[in-house]
Ligand binder design. Structure first.
Ligand code: ASP
Length: 582
C-alpha cells in the first residue's frame, strides 16, 4: 500500500495516528537540527519533519532528497508548534519514521508553486510540471466539475450523450477546415468537424429527441487570446421545440452552473434584439456590467457649420459618468486610442459637463453652450459627466464606439470579473452580405430557420430576414449560440438559393441532410456553448488556455510535442502527397 491518506487530508483529529503518505517534494527547509519537507499531491500539501532525534539512516536519506522527488513516508501525526493557517493541513505535521524514494527528479526547469518563475513558453514545454501547480490544476478541477454538472443537468432532462464522428467531410461554408488525407482513398481528404451540426440534426431525424455531447471541434482560423484550433463545445439539440423551449432549458443550465459553482442566483435573463444590441452597444455581444448606452446625436448635432458632423451618416455619443475632470492629456490619450489602426476612427469629440454646470467641448468654435447643453440633455448627462462623440458611416462608427465604451469601462473599473450579466441576444439577421464575393452568407449557418414572420421576404429582401437564432452573452463574451432549424426540404432549398448555391452544389455538399429530410424530420432546434470559454469565465481567467490541459500556443503549435511537424517521406508516399524536399 502506497498511502493511507492523501496530502490534503490530515487534521488535528488525526494526531497520534500512524500514517503513510506518498507524493512529490515541493520544498525542503533545512534548519540544521530539523529538516522540514512539504509533500504535495493533487489534494494538498502536508509538512513532514525529520527530527534531530531521527535515526541516522532517515537523516541521511533526507539529506539526499531534492525538489520533485517522489517519496513515500511512514510516520506519526503530531500537532504543530507553529501553525500555518493558510493551508487546511496547517495544524499538523508528520514525524518521519520511514522514508523511501520512489522516483528521483532532476531539478525542474521552474519552481512548481502558485507563483512560479517559469515563463509561458517553458511552462508549456513542460506542461506536465505546470499542471502540478495548484493554481493551474484548480482550473482543470473546475472544468471537470462543470462538465459533471452539465451532464447531470442534461441527463435529468433526458438528453442523451451520443458520439459523432471526427473524420467527416469538408464543406466550404463557415470557417476553414482542418483536413486529413486518406491513405485508402488517395487524393481524397476527410475534414475534422467544426461542429457536429449536421449529425445532431440527423439524430433528430432518427428520433433521438434530445441529444447532447461535450465534444471537440476544430477550426483552422487565425488565433486570438480566446481561441484555440481545437476547442470544446457543449453541443445540444432538441426535437418538437420552439425557441422558447430551447431558451428555457439552457437558461436553466446556466443558472444551475452559477448556483452550484458560484453560489449566485441569477435573475431571469433579459433579452435584447440584435438590432438593439448594435444600435446601443455597437456589437452583438454587449457587456451589460455597466451602462453607457450609445445615444444617437445625429439630428441634435447637425445644426451648425461643422462639416465633419454634417457630412456624417451617424453621430453617436456615450456619457461617461464623473469624468468631466479628465485632463487634456487623458483626452488626448483617448483620441489616440480611437485613432489606432485596429479601431480606425478619424477623431474624437468631447464635451465636458462641468460640476458648476458650464459646458466645454473640443468643438466650441462651432457650437454654443446651449447647443452642448441640448446634447447633454439628450444623453441624460449630469454635471460632472463627460460626453465622448464619434461620427462617420454608421456601420463603422458603431463598432468604434463599442471599443471606446469598453475602454472607458476598463478605465473606470466597471468590468468586475466577479459580476455576471448574462443576456440572450435574439433576432439575428439570417443572412450577411459579403462585398468581396458579392453574395450572401448565412450569419449562423445554412440550417438556421428564418423567423416565420419574415419567410415571405427571403426572395424579395433577403437582407431584412430575421433568423430564429439566439446567442447567450455574458459580460461581453458570446458563450453560446444556436437556432431553430429548417426541417423542410423546400425551405432548406430556398435557403440554399439565397446563398447562391446551385441545386447540384447543395446536393453535393448537403445531399445527405436533404435526403434525410425526405423521411420525416421533426421540428427541431438547439444550441452549442463554448465550454472552454465558460470555464474560463467561471475561473476568472482572461484566456481559455489555462482551462485546457494541453493547449496550443498563439501560433497553433503544441510546443511540448513540437507539433505540427513534418512526416516521413514514406508516410507522404503512402498518402500520395507530393514529397517536397525539406
Ligand atoms: N453548431 C453551431 C455552432 O457551432 C451551434 C448550433 O447552432 O447549435 O456555432
Amino acid at each position: 500500500m502506497y498511502r493511507t491518506h492523501t496530502c490534503g487530508e490530515l487534521r488535528l483529529e488525526h494526531v497520534d495516528t500512524a500514517v503513510c503518505l506518498s507524493g512529490w517534494i515541493q520544498k525542503i527547509r533545512n534548519l540544521g537540527a530539523m529538516t522540514f519537507i512539504d509533500l504535495r499531491d493533487r489534494y494538498g500539501i502536508t509538512q513532514l519533519v525529520v527530527a534531530e532525534t531521527a535515526p541516522e539512516d532517515i537523516r541521511k536519506a533526507a539529506a539526499e532528497l531534492g525538489r520533485e522527488f517522489v517519496i513515500q513516508v511512514h510516520g506519526k501525526v503530531v500537532e504543530r508548534a507553529s501553525k500555518n493557517n493558510k493551508i487546511p493541513t496547517g495544524e499538523i505535521e508528520i514525524i518521519i519514521e520511514r522514508l523511501q524514494v520512489l522516483s528521483r527528479s532532476e531539478v525542474p526547469p521552474f519552481t512548481i508553486e502558485d507563483h512560479t518563475d517559469g515563463g509561458d513558453e517553458i511552462r508549456m514545454r513542460y506542461r506536465y510540471l505546470d499542471l502540478r501547480r495548484q493554481a493551474v490544476r484548480k482550473n482543470l478541477e473546475l472544468r471537470h466539475r462543470m462538465a459533471h454538472l452539465v451532464r447531470n443537468y442534461l441527463d435529468s432532462f433526458r438528453f442523451m450523450e451520443v458520439e459523432t464522428p471526427v473524420l467527416i467531410k469538408s464543406t466550404p461554408e463557415g470557417a476553414r477546415d482542418f483536413v486529413v488525407p486518406s491513405r485508402m482513398n488517395q487524393g481524397q481528404f476527410y475534414a475534422l468537424p467544426q461542429s457536429p451540426q449536421t449529425f445532431k440534426q440527423l439524430l433528430m431525424v432518427a428520433g433521438f429527441d434530445r441529444y447532447y455531447q461535450i465534444v471537440k471541434c476544430f477550426r483552422d482560423e487565425d488565433l486570438r487570446a480566446d481561441r484555440q484550433p481545437e476547442f470544446t463545445q457543449i453541443d445540444c439539440e432538441m426535437s418538437f421545440v420552439e425557441r422558447e423551449d430551447v431558451l428555457g432549458i439552457f437558461e436553466g443550465l446556466i443558472r444551475h452552473l452559477f448556483k452550484e459553482i458560484r453560489g449566485i442566483e441569477l435573475p431571469e435573463l433579459p433579452r435584447m434584439s440584435w438590432q438593439d444590441a448594435m444600435e446601443y452597444y455597437g456589437c452583438d455581444k454587449p457587456d451589460l456590467r455597466f451602462d453607457m448606452k450609445f445615444v444617437n446625436l445625429t439630428a441634435a448635432a447637425q445644426t451648425k457649420e461643422f462639416a465633419v458632423f454634417n457630412s456624417a451618416e451617424y453621430i453617436g455619443a456615450i456619457c461617461v459618468p464623473g469624468c468631466a475632470s479628465y485632463t487634456r492629456k487623458q483626452l488626448d490619450e483617448l483620441t489616440e486610442f480611437v485613432k489606432r489602426p485596429q479601431i480606425g476612427a478619424k477623431g474624437l469629440v468631447y464635451v465636458r459637463y462641468n460640476e458648476d454646470g458650464t459646458l466645454k467641448s473640443s468643438v466650441d468654435k462651432f457650437y454654443t453652450e446651449e447647443d452642448l447643453k441640448a446634447w447633454a440633455d439628450t444623453c441624460q448627462a449630469r454635471p460632472g459627466d463627460l460626453l465622448l462623440i464619434l461620427c462617420g458611416a454608421k456601420k463603422t462608427t458603431l463598432p468604434q464606439l463599442c471599443e471606446l465604451r469598453l475602454e472607458m469601462g476598463n478605465r473606470l473599473g466597471l468590468r468586475d470579473k466577479d459580476v455576471f450579466k448574462p443576456l440572450w441576444v435574439v433576432d439575428f439577421p439570417l443572412l450577411e452580405w459579403d462585398e468581396e464575393t458579392q453574395r450572401f452568407y448565412a450569419m449562423h449557418h445554412p440550417f438556421t430557420s428564418p423567423n416565420p414572420e419574415d419567410v415571405d421576404k427571403m426572395e424579395s429582401d433577403p437582407g431584412a430576414v430575421r433568423a430564429n437564432a439566439y446567442d447567450m452573452v455574458i459580460n461581453g463574451v458570446e458563450v453560446g449560440g444556436g437556432s431553430i432549424r429548417i426541417h423542410e426540404t423546400g425551405l432548406q432549398q430556398r435557403m440554399f438559393d439565397c446563398l447562391g448555391f446551385t441545386k447540384e452544389q447543395a446536393e453535393a455538399q448537403f445531399g445527405f441532410l436533404l435526403n434525410a429530410f425526405k423521411y420525416g424530420a421533426p421540428p427541431h432546434g438547439g444550441i452549442a456553448f463554448g465550454f472552454d470559454r465558460l470555464v474560463s469565465m467561471f475561473a476568472g481567467l482572461d484566456s481559455i488556455r489555462d482551462t485546457i490541459a494541453f493547449p496550443k500556443n498563439n501560433s497553433g503549435r503544441d510546443v511540448m510535442l513540437d507539433s505540427p511537424s513534418e512526416i516521413s517521406d514514406e508516410q507522404m508516399k503512402e498518402l500520395a502527397i507530393q514529397v517536397t524536399s525539406h
